[in-house]
Design a protein around this ligand. Sequence first.
Ligand code: NDP
Length: 434
Amino acid sequence: QKRNPNEEEFHQAVKEILDSLVPVIAKQPKYMKAGILERLVEPERLIMFRVPWVDDQGQVRVNRGYRVQFNSAIGPYKGGLRFHPSVNASIIKFLGFEQILKNSLTGLPIGGGKGGSDFDPKEKSDDEVMRFTQSFMTELCKYIGPDADVPAGDIGVGAREIGFLFGQYKRIQGGNQAGVLTGKGIAYGGSLARPEATGYGTVYFVNEMLQAQNLTLNGSTVVVSGSGNVAIYAIQKAVQLGATVVACSDSNGYVYDPSGINYETVQRLKEVERKRISDYVKEHPTATYHEGCQNIWSIPCDIALPCATQNEIDEDAAKLLVKNGVKAVAEGANMPSTLAAIDVFLENGILFGPAKAANAGGVAVSALEMSQNSMRLAWTFEEVDEKLHQIMINIYNSSAEAAETYGYPGNLVVGANIAGFIKVADAMLAHGVI
Ligand code: NDP
């Protein structure tokens, strides 16, 4: 804490991981001697830069850009870019740190990174977003590349932003640069099923957690927070597997419909029309809109899928979910549950899928996009979806097995952290003290 003052989110992520690595360090003192933990929590580098741009009124604005290249032991840095006013070094570092073990868990050769800016794309014109992203990429392009660091999207960075970022990178570097970003449009090297991957993957993961206990998604009631990229496709897949999704939200409030949320309306409102979730009730009179997003967790459900942002489920919300009979919680967002909330779930025997396992489908398909770019070919939607499904099954199995082996059966927080850690730690050992 002395070394990284005022970085609360980063401290929280580090505490969650280090606490759960105690059993593996106890069994494997070689990691301690080699300073693996000390090196793991220190980014290889953190780049911060000025992003000046001109708004539609001709006024110069200045935002701050970040890229953390956290760990490249098992492959090039890989992780999304977030554009949101809350972005600061602590948030980028917590996300980058989590990404190391998440990427390792996918079984694919990708290291951990993350980046973004405190720029808010909401209510900006397309031209303003383009000018900002071009300025952002003009600096970022010095540090990334298809074999070095491959960013993707995250909060506030979707198809539009990735398109502008890619265009500017290509303009500066020239040539075929498909491998430098993932989440690209299909017309210029994107992968089918990448937009769906994080949401679908989270639901595939929940399916595995439930099946292991002879439970099923079919017929269950689900609450999904958020209404962005992850939430939309989590809703779609949960409905396809027979669940009723009764609520979703944005940062202003939530909509509730006991007869089920229509994901096509949510998708059009948010992805195409860029409207607020409150507009949903204008088209679906059976639904009600409630101001304030936090109360979404007071809705009784069998399964809760937090898919919006960090720390959206605190201890009280977790207790309410438990009281109302929740059976499983899986994190589509990164670190949506506070440490106290996770304790509530684990102490009450709730099936809990931590983010780095449950939402790893997005980065996994990003890595598949990189493979397709390198091979100069494109797989079908079904091929990518099948690979994603298998990766999520593998992540569940390796997390469950590691939890069992290290004496915490059923605890997927411990299991995912240990399973992700061992591969990275062994690679770091092999590389010597660097
Ligand atoms: P989007 O920008 O597409 O959507 C974010 C959603 O969360 C919006 O509905 C947004 O509402 C809501 N939200 C954002 N900030 C807050 C807040 N402070 N309080 C309440 N609601 C908020 O982002 P994604 O769907 O891509 O990302 C969601 C989460 O999933 C993030 O934690 C991200 O890191 C994680 N994730 C994303 C992956 C991906 O592939 N996209 C991969 C793995 C994890 P509003 O519109 O009002 O801001």
